[in-house]
Write a protein that binds this ligand. Structure first.
Ligand SMILES: Nc1ncnc2c1ncn2[C@@H]1O[C@H](COP(=O)(O)OP(=O)(O)O)[C@@H](O)[C@H]1O
Ligand SMILES: Nc1ccn([C@H]2C[C@H](O)[C@@H](COP(=O)(O)OP(=O)(O)O)O2)c(=O)n1
Length: 231
C-alpha cells in the first residue's frame, strides 16, 4: 500500500493526533477555518462504521464478523470545517455516531485490521483531493495515514482535564465514570496491534491541560504559518 499523498504544491497537510478530550476536533476545525483549509474528523469515520455494524446485526465482539462486513457501508465525509458532515449509505450519521453505545464499541471495531485498511485508504483519498490543503485529526494520522504530513501535532492533557471537558458536554454525567471510560478507551486504542494511538517521532507535542482552547488554536496556527513561511 502506498502511503504517499500527492496534493498541489501549495497545499499544506496538517496531522493532529491525541487521545479523547485533548481538543483535537475543536482545534482542528478552528485552525482549518482560520487558514482556509479543509477538515477531516477520522474518529467520526470509525464511529460511522461502528454505528453501521450495530445497526446491521454484526456481532462487534467478533473480529471475524467485523472483518467480513467492513467493506459494505459507504461512508462519505464532508470536509468544510464550518459544517463537517458524515453519511453512511446516504443517511446522515452525525447525531447517532455520538451515542454512548457507539462510543463504548468503537475501539473494538477500529482495532480490526480490515476496517483500518479500508478507512485509511478513504482518508488518504480525501487528503489527496483537498486541493487547498487539509487538517486531519485522529489517532494514527502522523504515524500511519499521512506520514509525510507537513506538520504533525500531538495533543495531550491530564485524564482529569479531559474527563472534566467531556462531562461538561453531557448534562448530569458522572465525572469519575467518564474518567474511567476515557482511560479504558485510551488503553484499547494505544494497545492495539494495527496503527495504535501514538505520537509520531517528528510530531510537536502540546500539553493542553493548562491552556484555553483559544491558546491551543493560536499555538497550532503559529506552527502551521511558521512551516509555510519556511517552505
Ligand atoms: N484547551 C481547552 N480547554 C478547555 N476546554 C477545551 C479545550 N480544548 C477543548 N475543550 C473542550 O473539551 C471538549 C472536548 O474537545 P474536543 O475538541 O472534542 O476533543 P477531542 O476531539 O480531542 O476528543 C469540547 O467541549 C471542547 O470545547
Ligand atoms: N485515526 C483514528 C481516529 C479514531 N480512532 C478510533 C479510536 C477512538 O477511540 C474512536 C473515536 O474517535 P474520536 O476521535 O471520535 O473520539 P473522541 O471524540 O476524541 O472521544 O475511533 C482510530 O482508531 N483511529
Amino acid at each position: 500500500m502506498s502511503t504517499a499523498v500527492e496534493t498541489a504544491s501549495s497545499a499544506v497537510i496538517v496531522a493532529i493526533d491525541g487521545p479523547s478530550g485533548t481538543g483535537k476536533s475543536s482545534t482542528s476545525k478552528a485552525v482549518a477555518a482560520k487558514l482556509g483549509l479543509s477538515y477531516l474528523d477520522t474518529g467520526a469515520q470509525y464511529r460511522a462504521i461502528t454505528w453501521w455494524m450495530l445497526n446491521n446485526g454484526i456481532d462487534v465482539s467478533s473480529p471475524a464478523e467485523i472483518a467480513t462486513a467492513a467493506a459494505k457501508p459507504v461512508i462519505v465525509s464532508g470536509t468544510d470545517p464550518s459544517a463537517p458532515t458524515i453519511t453512511v449509505d446516504g443517511e446522515d450519521a452525525s447525531g447517532p455516531i455520538r451515542t454512548q453505545e457507539v462510543t463504548s464499541k468503537v475501539s473494538a471495531v477500529s482495532a480490526v485490521p480490515e476496517v483500518r485498511t479500508i478507512i485509511t485508504e478513504l482518508q488518504r483519498s480525501i487528503a489527496a483531493g483537498a486541493e487547498g490543503g487539509i487538517v486531519v485529526e485522529g489517532r494514527d494520522i502522523g504515524t500511519t495515514v499521512l506520514p509525510d504530513a507537513d506538520i504533525k501535532i500531538f495533543l495531550t492533557a491530564s485524564p482529569e482535564a479531559r474527563a472534566a471537558r467531556r462531562s461538561g458536554e453531557v448534562k448530569g454525567s458522572d465525572l469519575a465514570a467518564t474518567r474511567e471510560a476515557l482511560i479504558r478507551r485510551d488503553a484499547a486504542d494505544s494497545g492495539r496491534k494495527t496503527s495504535p494511538l501514538a505520537k509520531a517521532d517528528d510530531a510537536v507535542e502540546v500539553d493542553t491541560t493548562e491552556l484555553t482552547l483559544q491558546q491551543v488554536i493560536e499555538c497550532v496556527v503559529t506552527l502551521v504559518e511558521e512551516k509555510r513561511t519556511a517552505a
